[in-house]
Design a protein around this ligand. Structure first.
Ligand SMILES: Cc1cc2nc3c(=O)[nH]c(=O)nc-3n(C[C@H](O)[C@H](O)[C@H](O)COP(=O)(O)O)c2cc1C
Length: 206
């Protein structure tokens, strides 16, 4: 019997709920992932204030084989709705709800702070019990996108919207190979373009 498709949960942790930049990115991610997985989306900001967002979502988190967590950058950190969710999730640390499930992370920012948010959030997810697929963390920066529109060659090594394909592909692949009952198979990872020529070039003029 062929293995079932993995079930992935998209966690929109935007302060702007379904109206923000995060929602646009997750709608794209959903289309990319739907080819290889069943996909469910949750928007933390729309969980009723009377509920603990974590308790309200517990059964959906439990049923997921992997996660894509997305947030804006807010004063060098993730959103307050995500912070509340993580605080409420603490009793589930190291349980089957998270253990061994792959987690991808997408952060957006205006100009600065997003990489710190990405790295720290990946650290929290691993501490909860998740695994990180390769090249599954992305920071989309408004500043980088403006730079790319003016000088595409100079911005070639910056993260861009197309890299979301790599994040989604590697998340789906990690979920496929870790699915309970899956036949042992080597994962087929994807990579985004990497600058191997100019990365150490001096870019500040005299
Ligand atoms: C209160 C607030 C604080 C922000 N702080 C930062 C910041 O520290 N660094 C940055 O680059 N962008 C910052 N931004 C810009 C957001 O990270 C960016 O617009 C992001 O895409 C928002 O995602 P959303 O539309 O899903 O909420 C901030 C935005 C708001 C509303």
């Amino acid at each position: 019997m062929p293995a079932r498709r993995p079930h992935l949960l998209l966690l929109n942790a935007s302060l702007a709920g379904d109206a923000g930049n995060t929602a646009v990115l997750l709608a794209r991610a959903r289309r990319l992932l739907a080819r290889r997985a069943t996909v469910e989306s949750i928007t933390l900001a729309t969980v009723p204030a009377s509920d603990s967002p974590f308790s309200a979502l517990r059964s959906q988190l439990q049923a997921a084989d992997g996660f894509l967590v997305a947030t804006g950058t807010h004063w060098d950190s993730w959103s307050s709705v995500l912070q509340k969710f993580l605080e409420d999730a603490t009793p589930a640390e190291g349980t089957a709800l998270w253990l061994g499930k792959p987690a991808a992370v997408v952060v957006s920012e205006h100009s600065v702070g997003g990489k710190g948010v990405l790295s720290r959030l990946q650290g929290v997810l691993v501490t909860l019990g998740c695994t990180l697929p390769p090249m599954s963390g992305l920071v989309l920066s408004r500043a980088a996108m403006i730079a790319a529109s003016h000088d595409p060659a100079a911005a070639r090594d910056f993260w861009c919207e197309a890299d979301l394909r790599v994040v989604c592909s590697n998340l789906a692949e990690a979920a496929r190979v870790t699915l309970p009952g899956a036949k042992p198979a080597l994962p087929r990872w994807r990579t985004w373009p990497v600058d191997r020529r100019d990365f150490s070039a001096r870019w500040i003029g005299e």
